[in-house]
Design a protein around this ligand. Structure first.
Ligand SMILES: Nc1ncnc2c1ncn2[C@@H]1O[C@H](COP(=O)(O)OP(=O)(O)OP(=O)(O)O)[C@@H](O)[C@H]1O
Ligand SMILES: [Mg+2]
Length: 436
């Protein structure tokens, strides 16, 4: 009967407590989220005088958490006296009934004491079990979260691999001249009617994009924000796979390469420069390239990062987490150095010159052209000045290619390009160039 009472008690209490536990876990998550946001956005919060607003937000969530925690705490502590009552009631009834039995002569004292001890052990067992039950609801909530991450399906799968000797032969085929060679065969990166839709999105962000690029060329992408430039360029390292159409590198579908093979061909500078905590050397020689100091110095020089790195104390200068001890332009230059350091045959720059002043931008491009003649460069840019010397400029507008060609050609026949040009360049610069 005592056990039945105990079980009833535990079941009763937990039917109230479990939903609360789940809520507590969610609220703890929310409080942590708000704290994190407050810390990472500290300056923005201050600059917009939003301290009180953020404080109220925190207090409201924290108050809810406190209330639920107090409720569960009270419920759990109320279990204690009831459990003690049950246990002691059990001892009392054993002694009571035992006393009558001893009086009748059908039971001796030793047996009764023995029985009391066993009964206590059984009840204590159940008590301990109920303690475990307190932890179970919390654990299940946390476990579900962990499984959400572990069960997340990989959308990019490794390809079967290609014969890298064949690819390397194509890369090293320096004698071929662009206009004489078999175009299909020597093409570095080719987009073949590529359309792309983000998973869960309804509309395509890229529609039927096709272009070819040849060794040593500079291919530029320009278009308003949100026109799909980053998306397009992210299809080359296979951060996403094209929804329809094909992306080919050296004539092979990117899906045929293993990811390691594919990435060994690429140097990639993301739109938002990412640096890691460590030294300049560690950041430039990222991955398993094992570059010599000369190679790193060369990369820094190409990226115009040498002057400020020297000022910071050379290759062993410390970079803070996220590069927070560097300016935006310095971060970009280090990211560029990292991308060019292992001299990849394909370099991708996603708006990587935006934080540079015009002079540095110009020198950097000139050095890139001079030092990386064999690499095919893909440049996303907002400034016409950055890309006007490119071999091919692809103009994007809402995911559609609305113009393709050289600067002069586009100025003549692409309306979107003309609009971008007239917003950035003076009339003389535009028409002066055209007449030449
Ligand atoms: N992860 C994503 N999931 C869903 N839609 C996305 C995602 N990333 C981008 N988009 C959408 O795709 C479109 C193109 O974005 P993309 O980042 O390619 O633009 P962009 O041309 O690089 O712009 P910017 O010049 O500002 O960098 C945008 O309309 C954007 O809303
Ligand atoms: Mg972008």
């Amino acid at each position: 009967m005592a056990i039945v009472a105990l079980v009833l008690l535990v079941v009763g209490v937990f039917s109230f407590a479990i939903p609360k536990f789940k809520k507590i876990q969610k609220l703890t998550d929310k409080v942590n989220g708000i704290n994190r946001e407050n810390l990472s956005g500290l300056r923005v919060v201050r600059a917009f005088n939003a301290e009180n607003y953020q404080k109220d937000k925190f207090e409201e969530t924290n108050e809810n958490l406190r209330k639920d925690n107090t409720f569960v705490g009270r419920l759990m502590s109320s279990m204690n006296p009831v459990m003690n009552l049950i246990m002691n009631g059990l001892s009392l009834s054993i002694v009571w009934i035992g006393a009558t039995l001893i009086n009748d002569g059908s039971l001796d004292l030793a047996t009764m004491t023995e029985f009391t001890m066993y009964a206590m052990q059984v009840v204590t067992g159940f008590l301990l079990l109920s303690v475990i039950f307190i932890l179970v609801p919390r654990a299940t909530v946390s476990l579900r979260r962990i499984y959400d991450v572990l069960d997340a399906e990989e959308i990019i799968h490794d390809g079967n691999g290609v014969n890298m000797d064949e690819i390397n032969a194509k890369i090293n085929n320096k004698t071929a001249e662009n206009d004489k060679i078999d175009a299909q065969n020597q093409c570095v990166v080719e987009f073949k009617n590529v359309s792309f839709r983000y998973p869960d999105a309804e509309e395509c962000v890229l529609n039927d994009v096709s272009f070819r690029s040849y060794p040593g060329q500079t291919i530029a992408f320009i278009g308003s924000t949100g026109s799909g430039k980053s998306t397009l360029i992210n299809l080359i390292p296979r951060f996403y796979d094209a929804t329809s159409g094909q992306v080919l590198i050296y004539g092979k579908d990117v899906k045929d390469y293993t990811l390691e093979q594919l990435h060994s061909l690429l140097g990639y500078v993301p739109q938002r420069g990412v640096l890691f905590k460590g030294t300049v050397r560690y950041n430039v020689d990222f991955g398993d390239n094992k570059l010599s100091d000369e190679q790193i110095e060369w990369a820094l020089k190409v990226a115009q990062a040498k002057p400020f790195v020297d000022k910071m104390g050379g290759l062993d200068a410390e970079i803070a987490q996220n590069g927070s001890n560097l300016s935006g332009g310095q971060k970009q230059r280090l990211s560029i150095a990292r991308a060019v350091a292992h001299k990849p045959p394909i370099c991708i720059f996603d708006d990587s010159f935006s934080a540079l002043d015009y002079k540095t931008d110009k020198t950097l491009r000139a050095t890139l052209k001079k030092e990386m003649t064999e690499s095919t460069k893909f440049i996303v840019a907002q400034r016409i000045g950055t890309i006007k010397d490119a071999d091919l400029i692809v103009v994007l507008d809402s995911g559609n290619v609305v113009g393709m060609g050289k600067h002069e050609e586009l100025l003549e026949n692409c309306k979107v390009y003309q609009e971008i040009a007239s917003s950035q360049l003076s009339k003389e610069e535009i028409y002066g160039k055209q007449k030449k």
